[in-house]
Design a protein around this ligand. Structure first.
Ligand code: WT7
Length: 637
């Protein structure tokens, strides 16, 4: 496999960047030409950010799995596509060659079809990190069904909300999942979710943990039984569905500043082109390299850089079922040595948590196979950057700090390993095809360097969000209405004298906890579900390992309740409603919240108090009752 679009030098980067701005259609047509299309496009790009309407490669036909599988069979058929490392290091690992993966995806495509799934149907996938998850995702893409993967940590309630929003009639799940010392009963959670989703027709259950499950007659079937039927019938190849470049490939739910998660929609053609383009360039992937992204496929990072980007590039991608700290904090380093990993891509929160274990976990490992390191999900502090550089990369591996979002589909701002310069804590420069600008609160561009402002993008790149499922107006409102004719990221950023971007974090009411996006309103709604709660306000505060922690101010009905019990009950409620990832780190009981005369909570003040800056609260004169601020600032946790 060769990548005609791979950039090798800084000069090439500058040339490619310039061309991508001067002639975006010519630029992306050239990149797209190295993929396999059943029919070429009539027009490369058609767009406006008003509606918004974005169409890439219109009129073209393809199936993304033919690009991820079929076209590699001839030359890479016996090469590993997926290496799977189980949770328990004592269990056997698995290697799926491109040929194996192709066979299994074809088989499961037959299973989906036999169970009634058709092009355009939504299929919810709720599984642990096992190869069957990848197979299920790709089989959906092969038959033209829209997959919606839900992270294994979400609660039954969250799943039900998503199933209803997507009107998903089909589910693929497992009996359970292993994650570190835990055993998560996935099928039981699905059963709870389905009480509120009678429209679900079929649940396909893959065996992993042997956790007892209840299989409902007429609705639930075993993955293994369904595969056997296909084998008995001798069904092998599955002819991929012909898709339009703009047909929907998947929905992935993500949190925003309002209570309800949004179903971000990505489409087939542009998403494929951009994930492969960014994968090859940012990580400087070389055929034969082993790429290890530690994310879960339940998040966009896993979609784009465990599955689609690497597989569309004929790469070897490593899928890890477990967690970095189990059975011990050396697990990632042992995996790197075991498979001679060349690229390691992880989150700052994982790095910070591993830093806490000191250097002992590195003993007996050599990590000499590593060539490139990457980070994603949140700003990386300089201390963590240097630790990663020194102890993992041994000061010989470039670190790419990749900034992007669920909505962007792929990496937009990042250095390219060894090609463009790195700068600690900076995502640095935009990829070709990406035109960032900084604007002030009035939407006026902040020009010159250095600069600070809200980060927007001027023109579409191929994997930009197309809509929010079932509610296009919400997509317009959220991303395209704050500033006219710009895509607004929700992030603030600085630009240094050399034009390098440094992302400072969200400027809206979205928290980033251990690299997971959580809306403050979502957490507040969950807390308010508790019968004893009158009202709550949630803000983020700096947390050494998680990046941001969740701080909740809560007003209770009965101010004399036992606070420690109440705290536990609130945590339990949030776990039930959203999932354990949204549990507040701190809960402070208060008798009132600082509100303006118009009834708006002044979060700025609450954030300051949560940060411990109690003496510098700024102007409080517009508050309805300034005395609550004193009470809160003096209050104990
Ligand atoms: C938000 C998007 C995209 C992969 C995982 C997260 C923050 C992401 C960086 C980075 C600073 C970053 C932003 C962004 N973020 N990468 N390299 N430096 N901040 O996806 O859940 O959609 O969250 O993560 O705040 O808006 P997501």
């Amino acid at each position: 496999m060769s990548y005609p679009f791979q950039i090798k030098t800084y000069e090439e980067y500058q040339r490619a960047y310039k061309r991508s701005v001067d002639d975006p259609e010519g630029f992306w047509a050239d990149v797209a030409s190295s993929f396999s299309w059943r029919k070429r496009w009539n027009k490369v790009l058609d767009w406006n950010f008003k509606e918004p309407h974005v169409e890439w490669f219109s009129g073209s036909k393809l199936n993304i799995t033919e690009n991820c599988l079929d076209r590699h069979l001839l030359n890479l058929g016996n090469k590993p596509a997926i290496i799977w490392e189980p949770n328990d290091p004592e269990e056997h690992h698995r290697v799926l060659t491109y040929r194996n993966l192709y066979d299994k995806v074809c088989q499961f495509s037959h299973v989906l079809k036999n169970n009634g799934v058709k092009k355009g149907d939504r299929v919810c996938i709720y599984m642990g990190m096992i190869p069957e998850l990848a197979i299920a995702v790709l089989a959906c893409a092969r038959i033209g069904a829209i997959h919606s993967v839900i992270f294994g940590g979400f609660s039954a309630q969250s799943i039900a909300d998503r199933l209803q929003d997507a009107k998903a009639e089909y589910i693929v799940t497992c009996d359970g999942a292993f994650r570190g010392a835990k055993d998560i009963p996935l099928k039981n959670v699905i059963d709870d979710a389905l009480i509120a989703c009678p429209f679900v027709k079929r649940v396909i259950v893959c065996t992993r943990t042997r956790t007892p499950v209840s299989m409902i007659k007429g609705r639930d079937v075993w993955w293994e039984d369904e595969i056997k039927k296909v084998e008995t019938l001798g069904l092998n190849h599955f002819e991929a569905e012909e898709m339009d470049a703009e047909d929907e490939l998947f929905i992935l739910y993500t949190s925003g500043s309002t209570g309800k998660p949004k179903g971000v929609v990505h489409t087939c053609g542009g998403y494929m082109v951009f994930t492969a383009y960014s994968f090859v360039n940012v990580f400087q992937y070389t055929p034969g390299d082993v790429h290890f992204c530690t994310a879960d496929i339940g998040w966009i990072t896993g979609h784009s850089y465990i599955l689609y980007g690497p597989l569309a590039s004929g790469a070897t991608t490593l899928m890890f079922e477990g967690v970095p700290t189990w059975p011990d904090a050396g697990r990632l380093w042992q995996i790197v040595d075991k498979y001679k990993v060349n690229v390691l891509y992880t989150a700052p929160t994982a790095i910070r948590s591993l830093m806490g274990f000191g250097l002992e976990p590195f003993e007996g490992t050599d990590l000499s196979s590593l060539k490139v390191l990457g980070t994603v999900g949140e700003p990386i502090n300089e201390e963590a950057w240097h630790w990663y550089d020194e102890h993992v990369g041994k000061k010989r591996c470039p670190i790419v700090d990749t900034w992007w979002q669920t909505e962007t589909g792929g990496i937009l701002i990042s250095n390219m390993a060894g090609v463009t310069p790195a700068k600690p804590a900076h995502a640095t420069l935009p990829l070709p095809g990406v035109q960032p600008i900084l604007v002030d609160e009035n939407g006026v561009e902040v020009t010159g360097n250095p600069a600070a402002g809200n980060l927007c993008i001027k023109a579409p790149w191929p994997s930009i969000i197309r809509t929010t499922y079932g509610d296009h107006e919400r997509c317009r409102q959220t991303y395209f209405s704050t500033y006219e004719n710009l895509y607004f990221t929700g992030d603030g950023a600085l630009r240094d004298a050399d034009g390098n971007y440094r992302i400072t974090g969200r400027v809206d009411d979205v928290l980033n906890v251990s690299g997971h996006r959580i809306g403050t309103a979502e957490v507040e709604n969950a807390i308010n579900m508790h019968a004893g709660v009158v009202e709550s306000a949630v803000v983020g505060y700096p947390h050494d390992i998680k990046g941001q922690g969740i701080y909740a101010y809560v007003i209770c009905q009965d101010m004399h309740t036992d606070e420690s019990h109440m705290r536990l009950d609130i945590l339990q409620t949030v776990s039930r409603i959203i999932g354990p990832i949204a549990k507040p780190d701190k809960i402070q009981f208060v008798s009132g919240l600082p509100k303006t005369r118009s009834g708006k909570i002044m979060r700025r003040i609450l954030r300051k108090i949560a940060e411990g800056e109690k003496n510098n609260l700024g102007d409080t004169t517009t508050l309805l009752d300034p005395s609550v601020v004193e009470e809160i600032a003096e209050g104990k946790l």
